[in-house]
Design a binder for this molecule. Sequence first.
Ligand SMILES: Nc1ncnc2c1ncn2[C@@H]1O[C@H](COP(=O)(O)OP(=O)(O)OP(=O)(O)O)[C@@H](O)[C@H]1O
Length: 623
Amino acid sequence: MSMRLPRGRRRSPLAWTTAVMMASLVVLALVGPLVWGAAADRPDPAAVLQGPSAHHPFGTDGLGRDLLARVLTATRPSLLFALAAVLLGAGPGVLLGACTAVLGRRGRRLTAGLINLLLAFPALLVAMFLAVVCGAGAAGAVLALAAAGVPGFARLAQTLAAGVAGTDHLASARVLGLRRHRLLWRHVLPHIAEPLLLSATTAAGTTLVALSGLSFLGLGVQPPGYDWGLLLSQGLDRIYADPLPALAPGLAVLYAALAFQLLGEVLAGSAARRPPAPPVPSPAPAPSGPAEEGLVLQVEDLGVELPTPDGTIRPVRGVSLSVRAGEAVGLVGESGSGKSLTALAVADLLPYGARVSRRTLRLLGADLAALTSRERDRHLATGLAMIFQNPASALNPTLRIGTQLTETVRAHRGASRAVAAAQAADALRRVALPPELLRARPHQLSGGQRQRVMIAAALMVRPGLIIADEPTTALDATVQRQITKLLTDIRRETSTAVLFVSHDIALVGEFCERVLVMYAGTVVEELPAGRLADGARHPYTRALVDSVPDLAADRGQPLRTIGGAPPDPLTPAPGCPFEPRCPHRRDGCAEQAPPLAELDAGHRVACWHPLPVAAVPERATAS
Ligand SMILES: Nc1ncnc2c1ncn2[C@@H]1O[C@H](COP(=O)(O)OP(=O)(O)OP(=O)(O)O)[C@@H](O)[C@H]1O
């Protein structure tokens, strides 16, 4: 986390003023008691309650002690007590709020309810009540203000953590099976630390004022100790005769509070904000069907339901797929066809609120539904790796590459730091990256290098299956080829299976051995990749293949697209979902959805009237 100011800010008058004010406070807090401490405590019966003079610029108090020395000396306790109250309040508050990003659904609800309940009590009243209960004194006042600050920090941390909860790198860390406390310390707190620190800075100013207020009311620091609040209260009796003994500590409080506010303001100008979104894994009930020999992944009748503001949608319906060891299976379809949700359902990474149904869900032979949630996490962590579309967001920007590569094997396989580092260096070499990159941070790498790092991270756990969700979409064509070649080499060398999710049917055709075509949440055709170009029998698959431009295409003509739009997931029609867009539709197609029927070995299609193999397809409407 960097708190350095941008060049412009560092030079701005506001930044300079803030720096000078903060520096003066720090210096006074450090040297004040050493330089003026003795004078501040030395009584002088001959100079009791004197007004300002050359010898005592702010006058003296009832025991003849020099008030300037006392105000300067009070800088240290005043600041220390305020900072202690902020830290003691921020610690539990931040933990309470941030843990909502890693807790299960129930835990998150309970925590959110608790935070809401705490926020219902006015902070200042709570502070005064607790100060009375704890008894007058500095410790009681600090604890009271700390307790009153907990709900505010908790709410802020909860809101910020909700933003982190939706990020790919937290999903990556989850799929690696990291325990909750690791997720919290490594993947949530570093990302929300900056705005929290800014908020704590500002809170230090308001807490200082509140603490002075408690001392002023006699509930805070007690004599013979003193802070600015107590000095203010002692000077108030004679404010009409000698205003300075009351004004000086009051101005000191104002000065310090302003310095903290400005510091927060200046730092906030350089802080980055992150967008929020709330996802978590979802449970899956009911036992799975029988295991099939040789399958790395066996999915039967998978369905996903999602609540939306307009009603519940079923973006994945009755999807069945299987992947064998070392095989590459492509999942292809237009945007919104349900590819990613299918992949996320397998990895137990669906968004919050999603409901999963399935007849069978087996990874490496194990029925995921039959495992306890801890066993399932562990099985997924060691059996499956996920590569996301955007390697920039899938890697944690605050951690070095080495840390990100090693943390899974250290957590799951108990590898020592040295062994894990050696394995990470090997993994980097296998993806053609120099081991020196272990010390680099994600921002120092190119997009292609980051995606190689993601693949290296996947290799570290030696998974049976890699799910690659649009792994090359964010990369240029050359790097795209390098990454798919790398995945092919890894697959051949290690027999790792790959489920390759992409909207690019040409790429899937090249990379995969088998292809499943999805439309409106269902699989409409499954066929060997080699038969895509001329053997596709579903009109939708044909249209997808035909929409791929080639070098021979006439550049004067518009690119071929599929006319019409996918069906509204809120109002699914009873018949074939592609019927309204299908150039080959016939009577009856709209009445009942066709089942996924086997045409010949390895080729299944969900169409009432599959296109004949030899037919020259009627091109989909150009639009
Ligand atoms: N969290 C969510 N809440 C509501 N609807 C969602 C959510 N996530 C996805 N959907 C909807 O579910 C459908 C399928 O989404 P999914 O991401 O699986 O599609 P996709 O085929 O992977 O598309 P893309 O290639 O654009 O990612 C889409 O209509 C999408 O709008």
